[in-house]
Design a protein around this ligand. Structure first.
Ligand SMILES: Cc1cc2nc3c(=O)[nH]c(=O)nc-3n(C[C@H](O)[C@H](O)[C@H](O)COP(=O)(O)O)c2cc1C
Length: 283
């Protein structure tokens, strides 16, 4: 029996939704499929044993995969030569080179690339949440596309086809111009336009530790009373999951500028309608 494992990182559920949709389709096609959040990978290495297909899903962060997803791929030491596919959800501005970067890294590890999928999701960035950008995505139609994609990658797998990661490269000029540049500096350049400081109001803290439990890099410790931030975050990049999950609204964001400036900045790197319509590429 063909065995698949889908590893995904998801903070607001968009990528998880897509991951479970793909798993459902694979399962109904008779593939023995496991879906695993990135945070469980260390505790469950058996999930990778004897797999034929590896799927990796993640939200796009500033046009690229979140650094811990690239770390995961780098750490895939013992799984070589299998087939893989990548998928991302993004807030409707740009998926940038996220599929391309993940596919290149997997290719370097010896994986054959079956294809890549990018679907729009409700935008989880704090300013975007305030304007409800892309609310309700991925919707029914988006998930139907995820199913269509799954059928096509299975066909590619069964026929032994794979693609060059180049096929997943963005046609958006902003990312084309920066393809050879160091990712950290490109992301830092973007972050300075939009990244706000996190404020803490002790009077609203419920001591529930939701911030600590949700932090993907375990950068938050709780002292006698309040959370303490090491600000390690994701290579310094704020993901704001602590702010999103705080039930008492004790954590909030100080936007670096007015929302109009944020919207203007998003236009600089935004995908063209044509790029947005290129939802998947399959071998
Ligand atoms: C730190 C950060 C950076 C983001 N960068 C982008 C981006 O470059 N382009 C975009 O369209 N959306 C961006 N988003 C929005 C997310 O990619 C989008 O909401 C995604 O679907 C969230 O997936 P999840 O629900 O699985 O966490 C960003 C969100 C965060 C928190």
């Amino acid at each position: 029996m063909v065995k698949a494992c889908i590893v995904y990182f998801s903070q607001t559920g968009n990528t998880e939704n897509v991951a479970f949709t793909i798993m459902g389709r694979l399962t109904s096609a008779g593939i023995n499929t496991i879906c695993l959040p990135l945070s469980d990978v260390v505790d469950f290495p058996e999930a990778f044993e004897g797999i034929d297909i590896l799927g990796i899903g993640f939200p796009t962060f500033f046009g690229y995969p979140p650094p811990m997803v690239m770390d995961l791929i780098d750490d895939l030491k013992d799984i070589k030569g299998e087939s893989t596919f990548v998928f991302t959800t993004y807030g409707g501005t740009t998926a940038g080179d996220s599929l391309y970067d993940a596919a290149c890294a997997l290719r370097r590890k010896g994986f054959g690339i079956l294809g890549g999928l990018k679907l729009e999701g409700a935008d989880s960035y704090p300013q975007s949440l305030s304007i409800k950008k892309n609310a309700g995505r991925p919707n029914f139609e988006d998930l139907a596309i995820a199913e269509e994609f799954t059928d096509k990658i299975l066909d590619a797998f069964n026929s032994g086809r794979s693609i060059d990661p180049e096929k997943l490269a963005s046609s958006t000029k902003y990312f084309e111009d920066r393809r050879e540049a160091d990712r950290k500096s490109t992301v830092a350049e973007m972050r300075k336009h939009v990244e706000g400081k996190i404020k803490f109001n002790p009077e609203l803290c419920l001591f529930c530790e939701s911030c600590k439990k949700s932090c993907p890099t375990k950068s938050i410790t709780t002292g006698d009373k309040f959370p303490e931030f090491s600000w390690r975050c994701i290579g310094g990049m704020r993901c704001y999951q602590c702010v999103r999950v705080c039930p008492g609204k004790a954590l909030s964001v100080d936007y670096p500028g007015p929302i109009e400036e944020y919207k203007k900045f998003m236009e600089i790197a935004a995908d063209s309608e044509e790029e947005k319509r290129r939802v998947y590429v399959v071998a």
